[in-house]
Structure formats: C-alpha cells, structure tokens
Design a protein around this ligand. Structure first.
Ligand code: BTN
Length: 597
C-alpha cells in the first residue's frame, strides 16, 4: 500500500521564503492549468490526483490517485530571453538532483526534460516529465509542472515505456521528494541566467551522443547524432552534412535510432505487447486448455488451425485463460445443439479470416498515419510506436467491432429474409457490378509506394461511401477493382453512375470502367459466384475507360430510370460467357441541371 500524502507534514517541510503560497489538494484537473490562471510568482500547488493532467505537445499525463507526484510552481523567468529555452531543461536537472538526493536513484535526462531510469535489462523507462508554460501577462513568469511516478506498479503505469521510483527500489515518501524538488528549484533559479550550470545538464543528458531520429511533424523526420545543446537550449543534431539545431516546440519526438535497438529488445517487446493484448502471459499447453474448457481433446487445436494461427505442438506453452474462454464459448454452442462441431469450426474460420484482414487494415491505417518516410518503410522504433498506439486504441475499438458485427448480422438477416422465396431456387437475385480502375498496372510501375497506398485507400473509401449511400453492399475490393451488389437493378445503376462521378472527382484516381449484370447469384463466405457475376466481370473488361456496359435486363430497367441514357451496343462476345446483348448507359446531363434548379 502506498503511504498517503500527508498535507500537514509536507507543508511543514516547505519554507515560506520564497514559497509564499502553498496549496496541497486532493484532486484538481491540472496543477499547471490552475497556476496558469493565477500566476503569482513563487506559488506551489501539489495535488494527490489530477483528473486531466497535461503533458507536452497536447498529450495527457496520467497517474492514479495517491501514487504519484503532480506539482506545479511559478518561477520568475531569467532576465535574458535567450536563456528561456534552458528553463525547462534546468527544471529537469533540479528534479534529477532531488531524486538522487532522496532516493539514491540516478535519473537520466532525455532532452528536453523527460526523466528516465535504467531498469534491470538495460532499457530506459520514463519516471517523470516536465511541462513548462510561460504565464500570460505581468512579469515574465514560468509555470513549471512536474509529474513523477512514485508508487505505481507496472499495472498502474500508462504505458510499457514508463516506470516508477518504487519499482526501482525507492521507498522514499512523496513529501520528502516534493520538498527536495522545491529546494533544488530555488537553488537552480538563483543561477539560471548563468550558462555554467548547463554543463551539469549536458552531463546528465542521455540524448547527447545518441543516434537520434527527430520527428519534426507527422510526416517529416530527420536523423543523425545528437551532439550538443546550444545557448538557446536547442538540441543540435549532426546529420553527416551539417549541424541542425532543433527547438523544443518544433519537435514531436526524439527517439533513439532504430539501429540502436537490439534483436532481443524486439522479441521482448513483442512478448510484452502480446501479454498486454491477451491480458496474461502464456502459461498453458493445448491439453491444459482442453481440460480447463471441458472440451473434447482435439477441439482447441482444430479451432486454432481454423482461425489461421500457427499450429501448436503438444508441449508448446502458448495459451492462456483467453484461449480457454474462447474454446469454452464454442463448446457451449455445440453442447446446446445450436450448431454441430463441423459448423462451429467453420464459424471460427470465418471469424479468423475476416478479423485478420480487419486487423491488418487497421494496423496499416495507423501506421500510414504515423510513418514519416516517403517510401513507407517502417523502422523498428516506428513499429514500436505504431504497436503502442494500436494497443492504446484496442480496448476502445472492441465495443465498436462488436457493434458493427451485430449491425452487419442484422443487415444480413434482413437480406436473407427478404430473399427467402416460397419456391426453392438456387441462389438469390442480385444486380452485380464490377468497377475497375483503368491502367492501374502501369500506374503501379510509375507511382511511389506511398502514393499507391494513398490511391488504393482513397479508392476504397470512395467506393464504400458511394455503395453504402445507395444501399448496396461491397462484396470485395482487390486493389484496383471492386465488386458490389444491390438488391434492385435501379440501385445497381445508381451505384455505377455515382461511382463513375465520384472517382472522376477524386484527385489522382484514374478513370473507371464498369460492368453491370443482373440475375441469380450464389452467395458463399461473403463472396458471390455464378453466371451473373461472370457476365458483369466480362462486361467490365470490355468497357472503354469512363464507360458503363450493362446486360439486356439492366438496360431494359435503365430505360425506366429518369436520369439514365441508354445506347444499344448490340451483340458482344464475352470470352467464357458467350454472346450478350450489351448497352452502354450514362447519367443524362439533363438531370444535373434539374437538380441545380
Ligand atoms: C510530459 O512528460 O509530457 C510532461 C508531463 C508533465 C506532467 C505534470 S504533472 C503536474 C503538472 N500538471 C499538469 O497538468 N502537467 C504537469
């Protein structure tokens, strides 16, 4: 149990000179925010808990109640504005000195002012952070906020990259640490116009000498060796050609270069990530899962294989309680007679396949958002960051995934009921369309990977929007091609028109050609098959860029659609399908002007 923060004891430890106002509170939004609203110099505010603690660059600072130090002080800024850039660095130095004095721990300073401790395996983790803000109005004053992890266990820390003083052997009370920080701040403030102290910072700065990657904006980074901190407190990076100074405000991230990450760090990282996602480490063998789930012996193995996971051997310890719960769930639906064992395994396969695609997709989106390189190469540090981000959003995504899956099931049920017919036919009637980006193959040869990825994403987004808006369904998109269906011919025609127009409006996308046919289709495993699908596909390959080719039934219906023009193309020979009466349709220009009127 972490000792409570004793306000009276802490107050007694803080001298009234120079600290002329000391507030110690149980809870506050952000200690920095409070002092920024009333920045009288030499104020102290300590909170046992912050409900909306702030970090640098609009990030948040999180610590559970009663476990950390959250404090802010107001200090006069140095006379010389040129020294202001050094203020946050020196606040970091003062905090490092206080920690060393009270706990014996030696915290490194990651430029500008993260406090790091080196844990057992040589890795550095963040134990504290500093947020300095220049207060508005009056004499130049800074609000310096200091957050330290003191009593947190690993489970109580917000990220993998964090640690606490107690996890590193400290038993020091928070009151003593706060008092020491304040003493060191007074000492450093007395000399913070004096560049001599800067060398103490440089000596404690773990960033200097490291190969670093400096993330300047979400899509721009540069790399090199951190060689100095200049007179403005800027980090000077030697990129091999020149020494480039970077100021605090311009930088999102300074990280060790990927080359400095050891292979064993990568596998340890992957193990930790899996543990966080799966809730506990791997402790069980296949037989243990079967026993704990009360299932027949072969089922866990069969399910694993069906879901597309590597096959585990008898002796492999690769499972945990989540696997037990999953097997139990499947076993229950078999026991209750809701599905037979074979179908249960097929259901698992359906879930495995679709979620694999979904997760890869989500990973790609987050990675695209976070990568700075033009060539889409993801180095190890970026991969670590992307992984952290994905895990941070995973819990929030779970309810969304459950929701979307239920909505999709409701829609699928509704389609099935609507399609049910008294007489038994094979398949259901659908209008099927293929839309194909013209000259995509040559585009692939001449476009950078990043542009290509953007292009494909933009195509998929446009298609999903258009098809959903018209009440249709996207069966699949394969790079440059989309297969969609609609329950009505008019709906299929509308999708074809809207797609053509939307793609023409979207920058960088080449033109589309589209084929539409209607008739019975066989729907299996989320895909559609049969003659109608083949006809639509062949019509597409025959269509000219910007053209929509349709079969006879679609053309007849198009004649009744007010905004459609229909041109008979005559008999067209479609390879593998035969001769088809084809027509080209287009949205009549008249309808646009009517809509405008
Ligand atoms: C960072 O690492 O990004 C800076 C974290 C600073 C956190 C402290 S806690 C006390 C003060 N009040 C805040 O809202 N933030 C700072």
């Amino acid at each position: 149990m972490a000792p409570v923060l004793e306000a009276d004891r802490l107050r007694a430890l803080i001298p009234s000179e120079p600290w002329n106002r000391v507030d110690i509170v149980d809870e506050v939004g952000s200690t920095n925010a409070v002092l920024m609203a009333d920045p009288q110099p030499w104020r102290v505010l300590v909170a046992d808990h912050q409900t909306s603690g702030r970090g640098r660059l609009e990030r948040s600072w999180q610590a559970p109640a009663g476990l950390g130090i959250s404090m802010s002080v107001t200090l006069p800024l140095p006379q010389e504005p040129v020294r202001w850039g050094w203020v946050p660095l020196l606040v970091g130095l003062a905090t490092r000195r206080a920690i060393a004095r009270i706990t014996g721990l030696s915290a490194g300073l990651k430029w500008p002012n993260d406090l790091l401790l080196t844990i057992g395996d040589g890795q550095q983790r963040k134990v504290g952070g500093i947020l300095c803000e220049v207060a508005p109005g009056g004499d130049p004053t800074v609000v310096a906020g200091i957050g330290l992890n003191v009593w947190q266990t690993n489970d109580q820390l917000p990220t993998e990259a964090a640690t606490s003083l107690s996890l590193n052997g400290s038993t020091a009370d928070r009151e003593d640490i706060v008092a020491a920080v304040l003493e060191e701040l007074v000492a450093i403030e007395g000399v913070w116009g004096d560049p001599v102290r800067d060398d103490d910072y440089r000596a404690a700065c773990v960033t200097l000498g490291q190969r670093v990657k400096v993330q300047v904006s979400h899509d721009r980074s540069s790399g090199g060796r951190a060689v100095d901190i200049d007179e403005h407190g800027r980090l000077v990076v030697d990129d091999g050609e020149q020494r480039v100074p970077h100021s605090v405000g311009d930088i999102i991230h300074v990280r060790p270069d990927a080359a400095s990450i050891r292979p064993q760090d990568r596998s340890a990282f992957v193990d930790r990530m899996e543990q966080r996602l799966m809730g506990s480490p791997r402790t069980l063998r296949r037989a243990d899962v079967a026993e704990l789930a009360g299932s027949r012996p072969g089922l866990p193995q069969e399910l694993w294989r069906a879901m597309g996971f590597a096959n585990a051997r008898d002796e492999d310890i690769v499972f945990n309680r989540r696997d037990v719960e999953a097997v139990r769930g499947i076993e229950r639906i078999i026991d209750r007679g809701l599905v037979d064992a074979e179908t249960a395994v097929r259901l698992a396969r359906a879930v495995g396949r679709s979620t694999d695609r979904m997760e890869m997709w989500m990973l790609q989106l987050v990675s695209d958002m976070m990568t700075a390189e033009q060539d889409l190469e993801v180095d190890t540090t970026t991969a670590f960051d992307v992984a952290e981000r994905l895990i941070a959003i995973a819990d929030e995504m779970t309810p969304l995934i459950d929701y979307v899956s239920r909505r999709n099931l409701a829609n699928a049920i509704s389609r099935m009921v609507a399609d049910a017919e008294p007489e038994s036919h094979v398949g259901v009637v659908r209008t099927v369309g293929f839309a194909d980006l013209v000259s995509f193959t040559s585009l692939v040869r001449t476009t950078s990977e990043r542009d290509l990825a953007e292009l494909v994403t933009s195509f998929e987004t446009t298609v999903s929007d258009v098809v959903a808006q018209a009440g249709g369904a996207v069966v699949k998109t394969v790079g440059d091609e989309v297969l969609f269906t609609h329950r009505s011919i008019a709906g299929g025609i509308r999708i074809a028109f809207d797609l053509l127009e939307a793609v023409a409006r979207t920058p960088k996308l080449p033109r589309l050609r589209i084929g539409v046919a209607t008739g019975r289709v066989l729907a299996r495993q989320g895909d559609v098959y049969g003659h109608t699908v083949n006809r639509a596909s062949r019509l597409t390959s025959t269509a000219a860029p910007g053209e929509i080719l349709v079969d006879g039934d679609v053309a007849r219906e198009a004649l009744t659609v007010p905004d459609a023009d229909v041109f008979d193309v005559g008999l067209v020979h479609l390879p593998g399908v035969g001769d088809v009466q084809a027509s080209a349709i287009s949205r009549s220009p008249r309808s646009d002007s009517q809509e405008d009127a």
